[in-house]
Design a protein around this ligand. Structure first.
Ligand SMILES: NC(=O)C1=CN([C@@H]2O[C@H](COP(=O)(O)OP(=O)(O)OC[C@H]3O[C@@H](n4cnc5c(N)ncnc54)[C@H](OP(=O)(O)O)[C@@H]3O)[C@@H](O)[C@H]2O)C=CC1
Ligand SMILES: Nc1nc2c(ncn2[C@@H]2O[C@H](COP(=O)(O)O)[C@@H](O)[C@H]2O)c(=O)[nH]1
Length: 325
């Protein structure tokens, strides 16, 4: 098994077929809808809230609302539906979530997308929740995760998942590798590559993306979408609390399995960091789009599909130029 991660890979350019990068189309179809970018902000408490979800949906971007404000989820779906926007929520796997899904059916509040969001997604708990959602509200597109192996992708797809989220522990505020010894941290891109060999449905690469070029690399190794936390943290719209440190405005970014999200120190697998305040999220999305258009042009194509088959080299620990310092 060849092991590599984002920083170890460089994609090899093909002859350019466009006159301007603006000709390159970064849009992606996911489920029944098409979105401007193959990117989704992480469904975490310091990354997304109702207001940002509304803005993203209104502006043609995919979003997944987190599951940590359980009481508000029905009202959230109602608001999005009334505004003719896509509704995309998260659920867990505890008993009350089964009842919640049945209530959505009974109250005709059918979300367009539901993400089953737990740490160790290769489990009967997730398989049973996929089956429950598909039984109750079959028209909803189900994203299940997180997993790190081809076997898990196959099982969740066979259970009825419409997409699978890959990534156990590569996240910026993740301490799963340190606390448990397990995961795809340090070889997330290779894990995605392995999963893509068996996947029959879309994969979401989740965690470990540190640079915009990593989006193209994720697509090359099998992702339809990338879920991103840290690069979206710290914006004006990000829900994290502002902290002034040494005179500089910073924003909190913490893990969903951290004591800050959980409110208690039990089964903690996440930490908190401070991210320098960054300005508007629209500026980051614009730059991501420009960079991805450029990636497409280097791939020798006009759309995202052209990235999927480009050649690559593994350059382990050998990049001493072209970095940020
Ligand atoms: N992508 C990643 O690498 C990771 C992401 N996270 C994020 O943190 C949040 C909390 O995750 P999670 O703890 O799963 O959510 P929950 O605390 O809601 O747990 C979900 C259910 O799964 C059980 N469970 C959780 N982990 C395991 C395990 N390793 N083995 C058996 N059962 C398990 C829990 O029981 P019990 O608590 O009693 O074990 C609970 O019943 C999520 O948003 C998740 O995405 C967390 C860790 C890794
Ligand atoms: N192991 C943990 N992983 C977590 C936790 N909270 C979120 N996450 C995962 O991280 C990604 C975001 O990664 P980033 O590198 O882009 O910042 C997120 O989508 C989750 O899958 C956690 O507490 N522990």
């Amino acid at each position: 098994m060849t092991i590599f991660d984002y920083e170890d890979i460089q994609l090899i350019p093909n002859k350019c077929i466009v006159k301007s990068r603006s000709e390159c189309d970064t849009s992606v179809k996911f489920g029944k809808h098409t979105f401007k970018l193959p990117v989704v902000p992480a469904n975490m408490g310091t990354i997304i809230d109702d207001k940002l979800a509304f803005w993203l949906a209104s502006n043609g971007y995919f979003y997944i609302m987190h599951r940590f404000d359980e009481e508000n989820r029905k009202e959230f779906i109602q608001t999005m539906k009334k505004s003719n926007l896509i509704s995309s929520i998260s659920v867990g796997v505890k008993n009350n979530e089964y009842q919640f899904i049945t209530e959505l059916k009974n109250e005709n509040l059918i979300p367009d997308y539901i993400t089953i969001d737990i740490a160790h997604g290769h489990s009967d708990a997730v398989i049973e929740m996929i089956q429950h959602i598909k039984r109750e509200i079959p028209e909803t597109f189900v994203i299940a995760g997180n997993v790190g192996t081809p076997e898990a992708v196959r099982e969740l797809e066979n259970a009825g998942a419409d997409a699978t989220k890959v990534g156990i522990g590569p996240g910026k505020v993740c301490i799963t590798k340190l606390k448990t010894g397990f995961g795809t941290g340090g070889w997330q891109l290779a894990a995605l590559n392995r999963c893509s060999k068996v996947a029959r449905k879309p994969l979401i690469a989740d965690g470990g993306i540190r640079n915009h070029g990593d989006i193209a690399k994720s697509i090359r190794f099998g992702a339809t979408l990338c879920m991103i936390g840290s690069l979206f943290a710290g914006h004006e719209e990000s829900p994290g609390k502002i902290i002034i440190k040494d005179g500089q405005a910073m924003k909190e970014y913490y893990g969903s399995a951290s004591e800050y999200q959980k409110g208690e120190r039990i089964n903690v697998e996440g930490k908190k960091i401070l991210i320098p305040s960054k300005g508007k999220i629209s500026a980051t999305l614009k730059e991501m789009q420009e960079d991805l258009q450029s990636s497409i042009s280097y791939a020798g194509g006009k759309d995202i599909e052209s990235i999927r088959k480009v050649d690559y080299v593994i350059v382990k620990n050998s990049i001493f130029n072209g970095d940020w310092s």
